[in-house]
Design a protein around this ligand. Structure first.
Ligand SMILES: [Zn+2]
Length: 411
C-alpha cells in the first residue's frame, strides 16, 4: 500500500441548457467557455499591468526588477474585480489559480537553471484551453442527480454527465465520500480539445501494487532514436509505426492552407486534422503504457540514463524522430510506475559515457564517441576483442553504473 497522486482524464458532456427538467443547475457549454475566458482574462490583464509598470520604471531610469508574488498580485486581482463585474461569475479558486499560474511562470523565468522565456499573453485561439478548480470543502465530487444518475459536481458550475472506466468511477466515488480518508480529490482541470471537453482529476489515494508471480530481474535501459529503447537483457523496444497518422496530419494541414480561414472546407479540414492528431497521441500513449508496465512488472531494479533530450531535438537529423516518438514520455512513465510498484529506480547521470565503455573489461574506447559515429552499431573491443552491440553494451553499462550508485548512496 502506498499513498500516491493519481491523475486521470474523464470525458464530460456539458449541455446547451443551464438547468435540467427538474430544475437542477447543470454545466452548460456557455459556462465552461466563459470560465475559460475569465481564466485567460485575469492572466493577461495582470501581465499587461506588470509590463506597463516595468516600462514606467525603465522610462524613469530605475532598475526593472518587479517582484511578482501573492501579495502584489492579490492587490491587482482586487482592483480587477472592482472594475470588471463579470469576474464574479467565475469560481473563486479558479480566479486565484489563474494568478498563481502567472506567478509560477515568472518564477520559472527568474530561475537561471530552467532557461525559460518571459511570460507571454495567452491567445484566444490556442489549442490548449483550460481552467482549474481547487477542491475546497468537498465542492468537487460525484453526486446523484434527481433522476438517480451519477454526475460530477463542479462547485458553482453545477452537475455534468461523464463517462469513464469502472475502476476510475470507483476511485472517484471513494474520493467523493467525506468520511473516507483514503482518497481525496485535490483539484480538477476542465479542458477543451477540439469540440470535446474533459475533466482531469488529481486524486490523492492509496495504490495497491499488483502481485507479481515469477522471478524479477535487474534491468538497465538505453534510450535511443532509431529504436525507442534497448534493455540489458537484449530485449528491444521498437518505435511505433505512425506513418498512416502522420501522412493524414500532413494532408489535412495542407488542406487547411489551401482554403480560406473560417470557410466550411477549412473547418472540416481542421476537424479532421484534430481527429488524426488525437489518434496519434492515443496510439502512442497506449503503446508506451503497455511497454512500461511490462518492464516494471518483471523487474526489481531499473536504471535509466538521464538523457538530455532537448539537445537531441536541436540536431537536425534527430529532431523529427524525437518529436514523433517523444522518449521523454516513455522515461517519465517508467519512473512513476516504479515508484507506484515499489521497484527500485535509479537515474544515471548524463555525463556517464555509457556507449564508450566495454562492458566486459571496463576499458573506454573513444573511437566511437561523437554524433558522427552514431552509424557504428557494432564494434570490437581493442583490449579484450569482445564483440559488442552498441545499444546492448550501453544498457549493460547503465545497469552496472546504476547498481554502483545505489551501493554508494546506501552506505
Ligand atoms: Zn573490452
Amino acid at each position: 500500500m502506498k499513498v500516491v497522486n493519481k491523475q486521470f482524464r474523464v470525458r464530460i458532456y456539458p449541455s446547451r441548457a443551464d438547468r435540467n427538467d427538474k430544475g437542477e443547475k447543470i454545466v452548460s457549454i456557455n459556462k465552461i467557455e466563459s470560465n475559460i475566458g475569465i481564466y485567460r482574462f485575469i492572466y493577461n490583464k495582470e501581465l499587461e499591468f506588470i509590463n506597463y509598470f516595468r516600462s514606467l520604471l525603465i522610462q524613469n531610469g530605475y532598475d526593472d526588477n518587479v517582484i511578482v508574488d501573492d501579495v502584489s498580485c492579490n492587490v491587482l486581482l482586487k482592483m480587477l474585480r472592482e472594475d470588471y463585474l463579470f469576474l464574479e461569475k467565475a469560481e473563486s479558486s479558479s480566479r486565484q489559480q489563474s494568478q498563481r499560474n502567472l506567478i509560477q511562470s515568472f518564477k520559472r523565468h527568474e530561475d537561471p537553471k530552467l532557461n525559460s522565456g518571459y511570460p507571454q499573453f495567452k491567445r484566444k485561439n490556442h489549442t490548449k484551453q483550460n481552467f482549474k478548480i481547487i477542491n475546497n470543502n468537498n465542492n468537487v465530487r460525484i453526486q446523484k442527480d434527481k433522476y438517480g444518475f451519477d454526475k460530477i459536481k463542479l462547485a458553482k458550475l453545477g452537475l455534468v454527465k461523464f463517462k469513464t472506466s469502472k475502476e476510475y468511477h470507483r476511485i472517484l466515488r471513494q474520493a467523493s465520500d467525506k468520511n473516507d480518508p483514503s482518497a481525496k480529490i485535490k483539484h480538477v482541470t476542465i479542458k477543451k480539445e477540439g469540440d470535446e471537453y474533459y475533466a482531469v482529476f488529481n486524486i490523492r489515494c492509496m495504490h495497491v501494487p499488483e502481485r507479481i508471480i515469477g522471478p524479477r530481474q535487474q534491468v538497465g535501459i538505453d534510450i535511443g532514436c532509431g529504436k525507442l529503447a534497448v534493455l540489458s537483457n537484449t530485449q528491444e523496444i521498437l518505435n511505433l509505426d505512425l506513418t498512416q497518422e502522420t501522412d493524414k496530419i500532413i494532408q489535412y494541414q495542407r488542406d487547411m492552407n489551401h482554403h480560406n480561414k473560417g470557410s466550411i472546407r477549412y473547418n472540416e479540414a481542421k476537424r479532421l486534422f484534430q481527429v488524426w492528431f488525437t489518434k496519434l497521441l492515443n496510439k502512442r500513449n497506449d503503446y508506451y503504457d503497455k511497454m512500461t508496465t511490462d518492464i516494471v512488472k518483471n523487474s526489481c531494479f531499473v536504471a535509466v540514463q538521464n538523457e538530455n533530450i532537448i539537445a537531441w531535438k536541436n540536431n537536425k537529423y534527430l529532431s523529427h524522430s524525437i518529436q514523433l516518438n517523444a522518449p521523454r514520455i516513455f522515461m517519465d512513465k517508467i519512473e512513476y510506475k516504479c515508484d507506484w510498484n515499489d521497484v527500485e529506480f535509479q537515474k544515471v547521470p548524463r555525463n556517464f559515457p555509457s556507449t564508450q565503455i566495454c562492458s566486459n573489461c571496463g576499458k573506454r574506447n573513444k573511437n566511437i564517441s561523437g554524433l558522427d559515429k552514431l552509424g557504428i552499431r557494432e564494434w570490437d573491443c581493442p583490449e579484450c576483442n569482445e564483440h559488442h552491440d552498441r545499444d546492448v553494451n550501453a544498457s549493460i553499462n547503465i545497469l552496472n553504473k546504476g547498481l554502483e550508485l545505489v551501493g554508494t548512496t546506501g552506505q
